[in-house]
Design a protein around this ligand. Structure first.
Ligand SMILES: C[S@@+](CC[C@H](N)C(=O)[O-])C[C@H]1O[C@@H](n2cnc3c(N)ncnc32)[C@H](O)[C@@H]1O
Length: 245
């Protein structure tokens, strides 16, 4: 996969408990990790390991935080009024990276498969292990899913497909949309969160993605009032995407 301009994560405007030091000697830090904590509304925190060195998937992106916190808002999960959309639901995350989004919904009761390329499997499995104590009725497994390849192992169609910051390089557009078409049935809801970028090829990549997607899917943008009040940003969009009837 090409290293895109995205390879340097944007300094987060959201919470970070343990940040990478300003200078890291690559030789010393090979295979070393630093931890980011993402607070849940109940006071527990997900602990997510990120790598000092690696490709784009080995750090938590802002879109992942915005999506994870949206999926915890009261419209999905409100124990005081007995609401839990996630309880028993099947969820597949694409391009999961560190796994933070899938981990969030697994801790809320969903049956989750987090997927990414082979290179990310060790980090995904490590983060699942690290957060296992927070997962009770839910479950989470990491598997390889390369966009555009066979998805039969992920069928029947899941209730939800989650994607954070997966629209970012030109060669992925066709295979990504192909995977969405194969994975999504009439009842599947894709919840897609992406950071709108104005530089380089990014606007054109986004335009091409949505043009292709909308041949088969309808998109509904989620207004900021329905997002987490703290973890949202004008340049980070959340969409609900469903197959056209
Ligand atoms: C910008 S990162 C976002 C990671 C994570 N969702 C987040 O927001 O923190 C994009 C992710 O897509 C994955 N990815 C890129 N191309 C892929 C492909 N062809 N098939 C599957 N995953 C891919 C990368 O490995 C990476 O984890």
């Amino acid at each position: 996969m090409p290293i895109s301009p995205l390879a340097k994560p944007r300094p987060s405007t959201t919470t970070t408990t343990t940040e990478a030091p300003a200078f890291v000697d690559p030789d010393e830090q090979l295979n070393e990790y630093f931890v980011r904590e993402i607070d849940r509304n109940d006071g527990c925190a997900l602990k997510v390991k990120q790598c000092f060195l690696g490709d784009v998937g080995c750090v938590v992106w802002d879109a992942a935080i915005v999506l994870a916190k949206y999926l915890e808002t009261k419209q999905f999960y409100d124990p005081s009024s007995g609401v839990n959309v996630w309880s028993g639901r099947t969820v597949l995350e694409l391009g999961a990276g560190t796994g933070v989004v899938g981990l969030m919904v697994a801790t809320l009761g969903a049956q989750v498969i987090v997927t990414d390329l082979e290179d990310l499997q060790t980090l995904l499995k490590m983060n699942i292990h690290e957060n296992q104590a927070l997962i009770n009725s839910g479950s989470i497994t990491a598997k390889v899913l390369k966009w555009g390849e066979d998805v039969s192992e992920f069928l029947p169609h899941p209730d939800y497909v989650l994607m954070a910051d997966c629209i970012y390089y030109e060669q992925s557009i066709v295979p990504l949309v192909e995977s969405l078409k194969l994975l999504c049935g009439p009842k599947t809801c894709i919840v897609c969160c992406y950071e709108q970028r104005t530089e380089g090829v990014n606007p054109e990549v986004e335009r091409q993605f949505f043009e292709l997607l909308q041949q088969n899917f309808c998109c509904e943008e989620i207004p900021s009032e329905k997002q987490d009040p703290e973890f949202s940003s004008p340049d980070i969009h959340i969409l609900h995407i469903r197959r056209k009837a």
